[in-house]
Design a protein around this ligand. Structure first.
Ligand code: SF4
Ligand code: SF4
Ligand code: SF4
Length: 360
C-alpha cells in the first residue's frame, strides 16, 4: 500500500473523528487519540540515506549540521537528537549486516513529558502531535527527565530565551497547509515510513508479518509501550538491538503515577495547581533566602566596620600612650643629662677652690 492511499484512508478516518480538545497534562482518564494519525517505521526497508534528517532540517529551518547530510560515515557513531537536530538515523551492526533506525519524538498517546510538566507546556493535540508551548515553559526540564525515550533537548546555548526542542510531527506546517505529510515521511526514497490512521498502520504491520513470514520480529513497537505511541516501529532485528528499550512496560506515565495519586484523589484534580504551588513556594523561598543573605551580608559588613573602628581606636590610643612615654623618657633623659652636667661643673668649681685660697 502506497502512502498516498493511506492519506485517502486518513481523510476518511478524519471525517469520522470526534475531535476532542487537546489533552491536558495530568488528566487521569485521558486515553490518547487512538484513531488519529501516526507513523509506522519499517526497519527492514530503511537504507540509512539520511534524507529524512535533511528534510526535517529544511522544513523546520534548523541550523546547518556540522557534518553534511550526504556524509554517511557519521552513521558509524551513535547519535542522539539535540536542540538543532529533531531526528537522527543510527546504524546497528547485526549478524545479517547493518540495520538502520530513525529516532525522534514518538508522540506518545499519554506523554510522560506532558504529565510531568506542571505548567502544561506540552499537550497531545488532535493531529497526534505532542505540542510544546515555549511561552509558558519555566525551563525546569522535568520533561527531559520524564521522557522514557530521552527525546526532549534544551537550548543551553541561548541565555535569554532557551526552549525545549524536539520533533513536532510537522504539526505546525501541516495545520497551516504547508505540508501534506511530515517532511521526513515524504522524502523517504524507499517508503520506510507510512503516515496514516494509527489503527490502519497496525493493520498494515500485521499484514506485512503475514505476507513476509520470518522477515519481522512479529511485534509492533509502540502499539502498547508506555500506553502506546503515535510513532511505531517494526523490525527484522530484536528491538533492543536497534536501541529501543524493552523494559518500559505497557502502562502510560499517568497510569504509573495513578496509584500514588489515587491515595489522595483530590490531588489528581489539583495536581498542576499543587505543583504550581510548590514552584511558587520554591520561588518564595529563593526570594526570602536572597533577602536573608542580603541582610546577613549587611550585618556582617556593619559588624566588621564596628570591629575595625574599635581596633583603630585602640591602636590610636596605644600609639598615643607610646608617644607620650617616648616624650617622658626623652624629657627625663634630658633632665638627667642636665643634672649630670651641672654636677660636673660644681665638682670642677670645688676642685679649683684651694688653689685660690693658697694664692691669698
Ligand atoms: S530517508 Fe528513509 S531510508 Fe533514508 S534514512 Fe530516512 S528512513 Fe531510512
Ligand atoms: S517521546 Fe518523550 S518527548 Fe515525545 S511525547 Fe513521548 S514522552 Fe514526550
Ligand atoms: S515529523 Fe517533522 S519534525 Fe518530526 S522528524 Fe519528521 S520532519 Fe522532523
Amino acid at each position: 500500500m502506497k502512502r498516498r492511499s493511506f492519506l485517502g484512508l486518513m481523510g476518511a478516518a478524519g471525517a469520522g473523528l470526534a475531535v476532542p480538545a487537546p489533552a491536558r497534562a495530568g488528566v487521569k482518564d485521558f486515553r490518547g487519540f487512538l484513531e488519529t494519525p501516526g507513523v509506522l517505521f519499517d526497519g527492514t526497508r530503511c537504507i540509512g540515506c539520511r534524507k529524512c534528517e535533511l528534510a526535517c532540517n529544511q522544513v523546520n529551518n534548523l541550523p546547518e549540521p556540522e557534518v553534511p547530510f550526504d556524509n554517511l560515515e557519521i552513521l558509524d557513531s551513535r547519535r542522539r537528537t539535540d536542540a538543532s537536530t529533531f531526528t537522527v538515523v543510527n546504524k546497528f551492526e547485526t549478524p545479517n549486516g547493518p540495520v538502520y533506525r530513525k529516532n525522534q519524538c514518538n508522540h506518545c498517546l499519554e506523554p510522560a513529558c506532558a504529565s510531568s510538566c506542571f505548567v502544561a507546556a506540552f499537550r497531545k493535540n488532535t493531529d497526534s502531535a505532542v505540542d510544546y508551548d515555549d511561552s509558558v515553559c519555566v525551563g525546569c526540564r522535568y520533561c527531559m527527565i520524564a521522557c522514557p525515550f530521552e527525546i526532549p533537548t534544551y537550548e543551553y546555548h541561548k541565555v535569554l530565551t532557551p526552549r525545549v526542542m524536539k520533533c513536532t510531527l510537522c504539526g505546525p506546517q501541516m495545520r497551516a497547509g504547508e505540508l501534506r505529510l511530515p517532511g521526513c515521511v515524504d522524502i523517504c526514497p524507499v517508503e520506510a515510513m507510512i503516515y496514516g490512521p494509527r489503527n490502519e498502520l497496525i493493520n498494515l504491520a500485521n499484514r506485512r508479518f503475514k505476507q513476509f513470514p520470518g522477515r519481522y520480529v512479529e511485534q509492533i513497537y509502540g502499539e502498547h509501550e508506555m500506553g502506546g505511541t503515535s510513532w511505531m516501529y517494526i523490525s527484522g532485528t530484536p528491538f533492543r538491538q536497534v536501541g529501543l528499550r524493552e523494559d518500559l512496560g505497557t502502562k502510560s506515565a499517568p497510569e504509573l503515577t495513578a496509584g500514588a495519586l489515587a491515595a489522595v484523589p483530590v490531588v489528581v484534580a489539583v495536581w498542576p495547581v499543587l505543583l504550581g504551588g510548590i514552584y511558587a513556594i520554591n520561588k518564595r523561598k529563593e526570594k526570602i533566602a536572597a533577602q536573608e543573605q542580603k541582610q546577613a551580608v549587611a550585618a556582617a559588613v556593619a559588624k566588621s566596620k564596628e570591629e575595625a573602628e574599635e581596633k583603630l581606636a585602640t591602636s590610636l590610643s596605644k600609639a598615643e600612650e607610646a608617644a607620650n612615654r617616648r616624650v617622658d623618657n626623652e624629657v627625663k633623659k634630658a633632665v638627667k643629662e642636665a643634672l649630670a652636667k651641672k654636677e660636673e661643673e660644681l665638682k670642677a668649681a670645688d676642685a679649683s677652690k684651694p688653689d685660690e685660697e693658697e694664692g691669698k
